[in-house]
Design a protein around this ligand. Structure first.
Ligand code: FES
Ligand SMILES: [Fe+2]
Length: 344
């Protein structure tokens, strides 16, 4: 079962233009586009006439024209014109979905009820600003949503799967701490590594060389929003008591986990940094590096899912590093029970 009463990342802002795109989100076919007025629209990707994908249609002004026989829909999903007759069958419409564009990401509300704006994450770091530079991307993984949750909640895998980019031996050897906040539905997993090797991901961007203090603080808000606060600093220069932290470089790594089907998930990512914000070379380096890190995760999860698809029973053994993932699973179970209770 998918959690529908929630916001999910549906697209990168840069993906939406007058050429509609198709996404399958929580098993539903969705078409999205930006009309000529700049408004972003998401609607069912199934024409009310014969079911042709509306994402194969054409945006004309503020409307979308089906690419098969020309049924025409406005931004509310109402069919406003059909070919060969003046009268449009009454109440002919397709479902639309609320969208909100916040910086580089576009969020979609998948519930059948009114969208809960209070549940929309606040993400000022995803807006280009004088303080933050942002790069972003998306990958599709042919694996179950839960496998991606497990992956992101345990970063000790960096040492092995991402060796050479962000993984160093200390990530796996440093114990992690887990805190669960059932009030705001958040799982916090953190690992503070002091006096450790600086991986290329950060040495090539911050200019720090040799040993560093490296902190990873994960905030996971199930089901679909994940933020990793990464602090990279010269050794033994902690933040000041007032919270100021001028010695350090900060990178926030965001993931939007959006289930597509039972065996596929979109892995939206964005990376914000508070240093060299005008440096396009660093943008390019980080974009390339992060894309290849994500691809390593994609490859690993695809392999796991293929094993599951092959019918192989996987008996799990959990250890200390799995505490974050297990806490996330538990919270997802509770949220699922709450959603079922709301429906009944
Ligand atoms: S299927 Fe869309 S107009 Fe016929
Ligand atoms: Fe990874």
């Amino acid at each position: 079962m998918f959690l529908r009463h929630s916001w999910y990342v549906a697209a990168l802002s840069s993906e939406l233009n007058e050429r509609p795109i198709a996404r399958t989100i929580l098993g539903e076919h969705v078409a999205m586009y930006r009309n000529f007025e700049g408004r972003i629209v998401a609607l069912s990707d199934t024409c009310a006439h014969r079911g042709y994908p509306l994402s194969l249609g054409t945006v004309v002004g503020d409307k979308l024209v089906c690419g098969y026989h020309g049924f025409t829909y406005d931004a509310e999903g109402t069919c406003v014109a059909v070919p060969g007759q003046d009268r449009v069958p009454s109440r002919l419409a397709v479902r639309t979905y609320p969208l909100v564009e916040l910086g580089v990401w576009v969020w979609i509300w998948m519930g059948h009820d009114e969208p809960e704006m209070a549940k929309l994450p606040e993400t000022p770091w995803l807006l280009e600003s004088e303080e933050w530079a942002v790069v972003s991307g998306v990958a599709k993984i042919d694996a179950n949503f839960g496998l991606l949750v497990d992956n992101l909640l345990d970063l000790s895998h960096e040492t092995f799967l991402h060796n050479g980019s962000i993984g160093t031996p200390e990530v796996a050897t440093t114990p992690l701490e887990v805190e669960v906040d059932d009030e705001i539905d958040m799982v916090n997993v953190y690992r503070h590594m002091n006096d450790v090797i600086c991986p290329p991901f950060y040495s090539n961007t911050t200019g720090l060389e040799g040993r560093i203090d490296r902190w990873q603080d994960i905030e996971y808000f199930p089901p679909g929003y994940y933020k990793l606060n990464s602090r990279i600093a010269p050794v033994n220069q902690p933040p000041a008591p007032d919270g100021s932290d001028h010695h350090a470089f900060h990178v926030k790594i965001f993931y939007g986990l959006t289930p597509s089907t039972d065996t596929s998930v979109y892995d939206f990512w964005a990376l914000s940094r508070d240093f060299c914000v005008d440096d396009r070379d660093i943008d390019g380096f980080l974009e390339k590096m992060q894309s290849s890190v994500v691809q390593e995760d994609v490859d690993a999860l695809n392999i796991l899912q293929r094993r599951i698809n092959g019918g192989q029973e996987i008996a799990e053994v959990s250890i200390k590093i799995d505490r974050g993932g297990l806490s996330a699973r538990k919270m997802l179970e509770r949220l699922t029970e709450e959603e079922l209770a709301r429906q009944s």
